[in-house]
Design a binder for this molecule. Structure first.
Ligand code: 4GP
Length: 832
């Protein structure tokens, strides 16, 4: 620390933050001229974006420092949210909103010769995630800060985020997303924090010099450094700023001198460079597991660095180890960070010398595990051989954890071999696998699903044997939510302002149940007109996005029917496009004069990425584009139907798309979508939903009322029987779907060969996602949509009532539930 006699000067010059337009302007110009070395003569929008961001970041850092200092001084319990994905999107607008200085900044940049809108558009998305799981993590850290919870996120700073998607001849093509092209003003490189992480090597038994007992030791073979990059996360309506720490891999300065001496300088350098590849790229799979060694390396690298950091912080408090769970809660976002369970056990036993059972009790009290999917193909399993080569000591610990666990099970349920083999961490297959979900459950004190239905299903299906072992109290539910700061205030400033004008300000943004107050204005025609006008303006904005990205002109008076999310068979974009084809066939078969009375003009809007290796998903994208090119150029059809695929769906596009929808589709096969969160975003922005009785759709229906949502399709409880019927060869393809298939097979939408496998999946291969079973019911629901959409005033009423009842879906509510039921942490606010 600085000597007392010097501190006066420090205090005099301590960082101060701007608080008015003048202050902001002076920071801005300083950053242009010194940080960026630009000038009045060459300050473009990029420089203006960087200067603005640097100015805001300075302000955040002041609060960040105070918050961290407070948490340390008060020695509070912290929650650490471990997620391999944080799908943050853009940071600048969000920071302006959370700090409540957006108007100030708009005025200032205007006086400086810029437009805030243009500056905001320069920022690339931080796209360090695939979809729902990563975006949930981003919403959660926003709510952690807003709720004044002492909490950090830990993730990986990938150099390449999710690929950017191009559409070439109707097909998806992938291009790298080098998002760090320009310097990133939102990260603070902590180059002084460098944590060595070991891989490979072998284990030995050594004598502990203090106790004289023998113990295991891991002698790592390869060492890589984890360097910390910090992203300050501001809360809304508070000066609390939490931290998101992302690790980047760097070579150690150790150099392989043996190789060097052998004259193999090049090879020894190449080995160094390989170190950087660990955090080079995000794996682009959503709801799907692929057993790549580099992925396991990423997982351990991230977990080891994060735990080292957490443990170091705990050791500074000088508390006894037994108090670790009183100071530290760690949430496992899916099974990706499950190695943390093993690593903490290793630290406590091998490195800190605790007894096995004492350590294990600390581990279990520390961790919670969130499951995000029931899909078998998404469950992580690592081949024992691969695991043991990369992490030899961890493999031994996994076996010991499993042994102790199975002994406990055997005692409780003697001679139940079936039970033992199903709950065992080791899958006795060829080759043997480590089941990460089993390990996560055994190592945690709570396991949660992400919506009521999903949490029920995991207890009844994939984890039912663990319910038998532990009882059902270990399993709980926390229904997902979204942050209204980004998904209402930022995405839809017009609607947010109208709501604020009725509810007495923006206080509802961190107390979302206040939206309920909107119900009293439903019968106010003036209010409804304003509400409708905002929707039209948002649709016009979406129409502009469609025009600029697809070249297709659409009419904002049409019904905008949107399905944007990852392309996946279980999400059933194929059901949607088959329905669109049916509509097109019907339109063509209807006499011209009757068309406008029978059909509402509609734009079917699709968007989403397919995993690069997912052939069927890519075929669906091609089909959508092929249908679009036929329908959109059919002069008979005109505005009655348009079909577009918006390329490169991402967070910033979602901010335009969600407010611009009339109807959005959440139509997964019942029981497959764990929650869904875009359903919440669309409804919060005044759109209605067509959906199955799945995931959070169920709770959205409970909140907004059955009259305000278009539900269809079979229920989760019937899915198994239906699949069985298909396998017995008792499928029934409804006539409508047969006509759709015939149209495709006839070549009406391009070479039919390309789509054959998609049709065969339904017709001959068991129709796993029950497209044929739900098709008629889907068409019925769409028909109802058309009827309701014609009743303009009623539609607006439904929209208002829905928004008024969305309070439950704020991610602030989720964080409160986690804090109380799983983490046992309290908020702490810095009193300004
Ligand atoms: C997703 C689920 O598919 C989605 O339903 C849920 O809303 C989201 O997690 C957040 O909980 N799962 C994944 C995945 O993205 O890869 O498992």
């Amino acid at each position: 620390a600085i000597p007392l006699k010097c501190r006066e000067i420090w205090k005099r010059y301590g960082a101060n933050e701007f608080s008015d337009v003048d202050g902001f302007e002076s920071q801005f110009v300083k950053h242009v001229e010194t940080t960026l070395a630009r000038s009045i003569y060459n300050c473009d929008n990029l420089a203006a974006y960087q200067a603005t961001s640097n100015s805001i970041r300075d302000k955040l850092i002041v609060h960040w420092n105070k918050t961290q200092h407070l948490h340390t001084a008060k020695d509070v319990k912290r929650i650490y949210y471990l997620s391999l994905e944080f799908l943050m999107g853009r940071a600048l607008d969000n920071a302006l909103i959370n700090l409540e200085i957006r108007d100030l900044a708009a005025t200032a940049v205007d006086e400086l010769g810029f437009r805030l809108e243009d500056i905001l558009e320069v920022e690339p998305d931080a796209a360090l995630g695939n979809g729902g799981l990563g975006r949930l993590a981003a919403c959660f850290i926003d709510s952690l800060s807003t709720g004044n919870y002492p909490g950090w996120g830990y993730g990986l700073r990938y150099q390449y985020g999710i690929f950017s998607q191009k559409i070439v001849d109707g097909y998806q093509a992938e291009a790298p997303d080098y998002w760090l092209r320009f310097s990133n003003p939102w990260e603070l490189p902590r180059l002084e924090i460098q944590i060595p992480v070991d891989f490979y090597g072998y284990t030995t038994t050594v004598k502990d010099p203090q106790t004289g007992k023998s113990k295991k030791q891991w002698n790592g073979g390869e060492q890589i450094l984890a360097v910390a990059y910090d992203f300050p996360i501001p809360g809304y309506g508070t000066s609390n700023v939490n931290n998101l720490r992302m690790w980047s891999s760097k070579p150690t300065t150790e150099f392989d001198f043996q190789k060097f001496n052998e004259g193999d300088y090049q090879d020894s350098l190449a080995q160094q460079q390989r170190a950087e590849s660990i955090t080079a790229v995000l794996y682009p799979n959503d709801n799907f597991y692929k057993g790549k060694e580099l992925r396991l390396k990423q997982q351990y690298f991230w977990v080891a660095a994060s735990l080292h950091d957490i443990v170091r912080r705990f050791i500074k408090t000088k508390r006894p180890w037994d108090q670790f769970p009183d100071q530290v809660a760690i949430q496992l976002n899916d099974t990706h960070p499950t190695l943390a369970v093993v690593e903490l056990q290793r630290i406590l036993t091998d490195l800190q010398g605790l007894e096995w059972d004492v350590a294990w009790s600390i581990v279990q009290r520390t961790f919670g595990y969130t499951n995000h999917t029931v899909m078998a193909e998404a469950l992580e399993k690592w081949p024992v051989d691969l695991f043991g080569t990369l992490l030899p000591r961890h493999l031994e610990i996994v076996y010991d954890i499993n042994l102790a666990f199975l002994q406990m099970v055997e005692k409780k349920f003697p001679n139940d071999r079936g039970l033992l083999s199903s709950v065992s961490v080791i899958e006795e297959s060829q080759p043997k696998n480590i089941r990460m979900a089993n390990l996560a459950i055994i190592g945690s004190h709570r396991v949660n699903g992400v919506a009521e239905l999903h949490s029920q299903l995991i207890k009844q299906t994939i984890f039912s044997d663990f319910v038998k072992v532990y009882g059902s109290d270990k399993f709980t539910n926390v229904t997902n939510g979204i942050t209204p700061r980004r998904w209402l205030r930022q995405a839809n400033p017009g609607l947010a302002a109208l709501i604020a004008s009725k509810l007495g300000g923006y206080g509802y943004l961190n107390d979302l149940n206040k939206l309920k107050g909107l119900e009293q204005f439903v019968e106010d025609p003036g209010f409804r007109a304003e509400w409708a006008a905002i929707k039209t303006a948002n649709k016009t904005k979406l129409a502009a996005l469609i025009a600029s990205t697809t070249g297709v002109t659409v009419n904002p008076n049409s019904l905008f029917d949107v399905q944007v999310k990852r392309i996946h068979e279980y999400k059933r974009q194929q059901l949607n496009i088959f329905g669109v084809i049916w509509r097109y066939l019907q339109l063509k078969a209807t006499p011209k004069a009757e068309r406008t009375t029978k059909f509402v003009p509609k734009v079917s809007i699709f968007g989403g990425k397919a995993a690069p290796g997912y052939y069927t998903a890519k075929t669906i994208i091609k089909l959508v584009n092929s249908v679009g090119s036929v329908v959109n150029s059919d002069p008979e059809i005109g505005d009655l139907l348009k079909v577009v695929f918006i390329p490169d769906y991402n967070v910033s596009k979602a901010e335009v798309i969600c407010p611009g929808s009339d109807l959005s589709e959440h139509i997964s096969t019942a029981g497959t979508e764990a929650s869904g969160t875009s359903n919440m975003k669309f409804v919060l922005n005044g759109g209605l939903i067509i959906g199955t009785v799945d995931g959070a759709n169920v709770e959205i229906t409970r909140e907004v009322g059955e009259d305000n949502i278009f539900l269809f399709g079979n229920l989760a409880e019937d899915v198994e029987d239906l699949r069985h019927e298909h396998h017995m060869g008792r499928s029934h393809i409804p006539d409508s779907l047969v006509q759709v298939f015939d149209a495709i097979s006839s070549g009406q939408f391009g070479t039919p060969d390309e789509f054959q496998s998609l049709l065969d999946g339904v017709r001959f291969h068991g129709d796993h996602y029950l497209v044929s079973d739900d098709f008629e019911s889907y068409l019925e629901a769409q028909k109802l949509v058309d009827e309701e959409f014609r009743k303009k005033e009623d539609w607006v009423r439904k929209s208002i009532i829905s928004v008024a009842n969305m309070g439950f879906f704020s991610s602030d509510r989720c964080i409160e539930e986690y804090a109380e039921n799983i983490w046992n942490i309290e908020p702490l606010e810095e009193k300004v």
